[in-house]
Design a protein around this ligand. Structure first.
Ligand SMILES: [Zn+2]
Length: 333
C-alpha cells in the first residue's frame, strides 16, 4: 500500500514536471506581454488575456492609482487574482537619469513600497521612457526589485531594425537592462506582432512586448482591442510548439539552456567552466552599431563602439529609428 502510494506520488511528480516542460520548454521562446502606465483601458485587455490563458505584466506608477483614467486599487487586486503581475514604474513616471540618487531612490523605492502596500508583487520594474543609468540600476536592485525592463534593444517596428536581436537571452545578460521591443504604436498591426514572435522563435529567447493604451483611435501609443484579441488568439496555441507566454517574473525563472535527457546520472558533478567571480562574460560585438543611443549604450561594449577596430558605425533612416530623446518628446512610455 505504502509502495503504491509512493509510486503514485512519483507519477504525479513526473506528470507535473512534464507539464512544466510543456508550458515552457527550456531553450525555447518566451513571450512577455507588458502594459505600461496604469491606463484604465488596460482592464478589458487583461480580462481577455486572462481568458486566453496569457498572463501579463502591468507596470504601474503608484501615484496614478485611482486617478481619472487609470487603474484603481481594486483593479490591481483583480489583476493579481487573475494571475497577472504588477510591477513598478516609479512614483511619477520620472525620467530617472535627470535625477540625483536621492530623488531616484524616492521615485523607485517609495513607489515599490506603495505598490507592496497595495498588495502587489512589485518584483520587477520598468524604467519610464526606457531611460536609466548605473545609479538607477543599482537603486532598483537595492530596494528589492529582481529585474528591470528598458524600452528597445530588440528589433521592432519604429525601433531597432536591422542588426538588433529578435529576442533577449534567457537569462538576460543584465537583469537590470532587459531588452524589449520598442513600445507598440497604433500603426503596428496584427501581422507586425506576429512577425515579432516568429522572428523570436527563429532564434529562441525572450521577447517582451510593451503596450500602453488599449483602445480604438486613441493616440500614438495605443493598440486596438480587436488587434490585441486577434494576436492573443493566434499566440495562445503556440504553446504547443514551444512558445510560452509568461509574466516577466515567471520568465526570469526559466532554465538557461535545454536540458538533454541523461541516460544515467553523472558519476560526479562537472565543474562549471571557470568564469571569474564578479565579471560578466565577454559579449560579442554586434555586426553594426545603429544609432547614437546604441553607440553609447552599455549594450555595446566600449571596444565595439564607433571608431573601435572592425566596427562600422551606421546611420539608420530617421523614419525607422527614433532616438530616445525624440521618443521622449513624442510620448511618454
Ligand atoms: Zn511609462
Amino acid at each position: 500500500m505504502h509502495g503504491r502510494y509512493l509510486g503514485a506520488l512519483w507519477a504525479l511528480a513526473a506528470a507535473l514536471a512534464a507539464a512544466l516542460l510543456l508550458a515552457a520548454p527550456a531553450g525555447a521562446t518566451v513571450v512577455s506581454l507588458t502594459f505600461d502606465d496604469a491606463f484604465a483601458d488596460q482592464m478589458p485587455a487583461a480580462s481577455m488575456l486572462g481568458a486566453a490563458g496569457l498572463p501579463a505584466t502591468f507596470f504601474v506608477m503608484s501615484s496614478a492609482v485611482g486617478q481619472t483614467g487609470h487603474l484603481t486599487a481594486a483593479d490591481l487586486a483583480a489583476l493579481k487574482a487573475a494571475g497577472h503581475e504588477i510591477g513598478g514604474h516609479t512614483l511619477d513616471h520620472a525620467d530617472l537619469p535627470t535625477l540625483g540618487p536621492d530623488d531616484q531612490r524616492h521615485e523607485i523605492c517609495d513607489d515599490r513600497q506603495a505598490l507592496l502596500a497595495l498588495g502587489t508583487q512589485a518584483a520587477v520594474f520598468a524604467y519610464p521612457y526606457g531611460h536609466f543609468d548605473a545609479s538607477a540600476q543599482a537603486i532598483a536592485r537595492s530596494c528589492g526589485y529582481t529585474a528591470a525592463r528598458e524600452s528597445g534593444g530588440l528589433a521592432a517596428p519604429g525601433g531597432c531594425w536591422g542588426p538588433c536581436p529578435a529576442a533577449e537571452t534567457l537569462p538576460p545578460a543584465d537583469p537590470f537592462a532587459i531588452r524589449s521591443a520598442a513600445s507598440i504604436k497604433s500603426t503596428v498591426g496584427l501581422a507586425d506582432l506576429q512577425q515579432l514572435v516568429l522572428s523570436a522563435e527563429a532564434t529562441g529567447g525572450w521577447l517582451t512586448l510593451t503596450f500602453h493604451h488599449v483602445c480604438t483611435d486613441c493616440g500614438t501609443y495605443a493598440t486596438d482591442p480587436s488587434v490585441l484579441a486577434a494576436f492573443a488568439a493566434w499566440l495562445a496555441p503556440r504553446r504547443a510548439s514551444g512558445t510560452a507566454v509568461l509574466t516577466m517574473s515567471q520568465a526570469l525563472l526559466q532554465p538557461a539552456a535545454p536540458v538533454a535527457p541523461a541516460a544515467e546520472p553523472p558519476a560526479a558533478p562537472v565543474p562549471a567552466p571557470a568564469a571569474p567571480v564578479g565579471r560578466r562574460p565577454r559579449r560579442r560585438c554586434p555586426a553594426a552599431v545603429t544609432s547614437h543611443r546604441h553607440r553609447r549604450s552599455h549594450h555595446v561594449p566600449a571596444r565595439c563602439r564607433a571608431g573601435a577596430r572592425g566596427v562600422r558605425a551606421r546611420r539608420w533612416p530617421a523614419t525607422t529609428y527614433l532616438t530616445s530623446t525624440a521618443r521622449s518628446a513624442a510620448a511618454r512610455h
